[in-house]
Ligand binder design. Sequence first.
Ligand SMILES: Nc1ncnc2c1ncn2[C@@H]1O[C@H](COP(=O)(O)OP(=O)(O)OP(=O)(O)O)[C@@H](O)[C@H]1O
Ligand SMILES: [Mg+2]
Length: 223
Amino acid sequence: MIKVRNINKSFKGIQVLEDVSFDLEQGEILSIIGPSGAGKTTLLRTINALEKCDNGNIYIDDKCLCKDGEYIKGKELREIRRDLSFVFQSLNLFPHMTVMENISEAVINVLEVNKADALKKCAEILKNLGLEEKENSYPYELSGGQRQRVAIGRALAMEPKYICFDEPTSALDPSLTCEVANIIKGLAKDGIGILIITHDMEFVSKVSTRVLELGSGKVKVTN
Ligand SMILES: Nc1ncnc2c1ncn2[C@@H]1O[C@H](COP(=O)(O)OP(=O)(O)OP(=O)(O)O)[C@@H](O)[C@H]1O
Ligand SMILES: [Mg+2]
């Protein structure tokens, strides 16, 4: 379970996150919604230690990522990060790498799986995402929805316990949105905990098992 407890974050004296607390269990799809500027991306970044919250605690299963705003570092942080994958709005695909290279790079270099096994595992993921024919394509040769699926594949290849998505539908048309919704539901069925940060209410109602609202700092339960 990801446990976020009473986190606060200010930028230059302006409070963006105020006393935010929530839990995310494996197998559930939690959506956190809120207007532009409500602090959604900031919240996601604090869970990955890309941004430090000012105070509060964050636990990933039995491990403490952050206590009273103090984050763990080095090897311990790298270990916790293995359980979490992030799919950012900008996707952050490597433009000079093929689809297969994008997906397998961290499997080989971070998980230290040997290349042949990594390629086999990633080929299976590409097949499940309907991208088997795009293995050797570069990101610029793909549609927006295909790029989105590559980013999901790259997250999945790390075999995380949790995947956090920032605005997963922002580049997608309605039919692709439906496709990504089905992929996400399948991931949750496989026991992955999904955190979605978005303002796409239609998507939220399609996929979520729980919704929290982030507005004026506070998170409140809406269903
Ligand atoms: N590094 C930073 N330095 C200063 N202010 C920041 C920084 N990052 C975010 N902010 C401010 O914090 C507030 C929340 O930003 P954030 O990106 O988390 O919002 P959001 O809810 O994700 O919005 P959107 O829906 O537009 O993506 C904004 O007012 C933003 O300007
Ligand atoms: Mg954002």
